[in-house]
Design a protein around this ligand. Structure first.
Ligand SMILES: NC(=O)c1ccc[n+]([C@@H]2O[C@H](COP(=O)([O-])OP(=O)(O)OC[C@H]3O[C@@H](n4cnc5c(N)ncnc54)[C@H](O)[C@@H]3O)[C@@H](O)[C@H]2O)c1
Length: 255
């Protein structure tokens, strides 16, 4: 029996990264651009998404900045309509946008729970629902969902709603992976931990150093290291990896 390799695209692939204005999402956009893929940067902060797009692609030929809150179905529909009219729906989707809030699980207000789940989990679901059919029709697609060690271990520092949403993303990844595998579409998750982004920087150098001592590799991670895992999963040669969760955590947790 002959293995079925990935097809060479008739039209160039294009990517959509959510939460791409800063941090890990920005690094993912930069790394995908470096592979030659044009990238749409979707963020609720449109001004910052535009500024990031300009920095990564000064000519503006290979980026498109889109403003939407991924938890807002109407706003996502408008942004995707703009993307579809400009480039078509993406071949590569990276669901990276997320929010987190601390707080004791017994005291989390239910509307706050709903807000976090709407951004992190429902946002991921609706982007997949809207983009996957076109991937399926083309017989090729890559979806990467940004999970977290918190979703694997139940870490509470970012709140139980955050951890539950990330656990939900890991399960959703597996369900979508099974559903879409026969049509050449892979769906995987990446689970980072302690990555140097503006949120982590806010802890200050002493707490970051203390944190680093708890990590086997002896330091916090970088957004580029997370982006490298995403780029691998989005590649032509990653077609046999689906439903997986790739850990990028410096050895903090080993499965
Ligand atoms: N930094 C870490 O250590 C770490 C660890 C584990 C998982 N993660 C995950 O990686 C991803 C990126 O994290 P980060 O540290 O770069 O975060 P960040 O806060 O630096 O950046 C998040 C980006 O997403 C955007 N965003 C937030 N809510 C949005 C919404 N509702 N709609 C559209 N855009 C929205 C923000 O404007 C921002 O540009 C998240 O999914 C996060 O849960 C990060």
């Amino acid at each position: 029996m002959t293995a079925s390799p990935d097809t060479t695209p008739e039209t160039p692939r294009r990517a959509l990264v959510t939460g791409a204005a800063q941090g890990i999402g920005r690094a993912v956009a930069e790394a995908l651009l470096a592979t030659g893929l044009p990238v749409a940067l979707l963020d609720r902060d449109l001004d910052r998404a535009r500024a990031t797009a300009r920095e990564l692609d000064p000519d503006g030929e290979r980026t498109l900045a889109l403003g939407a809150d991924v938890g807002d179905a109407a706003a996502v529909a408008v942004a995707l309509a703009e993307l579809e009219a400009t480039w078509g729906l993406p071949d590569v989707l990276v669901n990276n946008a997320a929010r987190s809030l601390g707080g004791n699980v017994l005291e989390i207000p239910l509307d706050e729970w709903d807000d976090v789940l709407a951004t992190n989990l429902r946002g991921c679901l609706q982007l997949c629902q809207r983009c996957a059919p076109a991937m399926r029709a083309r017989g090729w697609g890559r979806i990467v969902n940004m999970a977290s060690l918190a979703g694997q271990q139940g870490g509470v520092a970012n709140g139980a709603h955050y951890a539950a949403s990330k656990a939900g993303m890991i399960v959703l990844t597996k369900i979508l992976a099974r559903e879409l595998a026969p049509d050449g579409v892979t769906v995987n998750a990446v689970a980072p931990a302690v990555i140097a982004t503006p949120v982590l920087d806010a802890l200050g150098p002493e707490r970051i150093a203390a944190l680093a001592r708890t990590i086997p590799v002896g330091r916090v991670g970088t957004s580029r290291e997370v982006a490298a895992a995403v780029v691998h999963l989005c590649g032509e040669d990653a077609g046999f990896t689906t439903g997986a969760t790739i850990d990028v955590n410096g050895g903090l947790s080993m499965r």
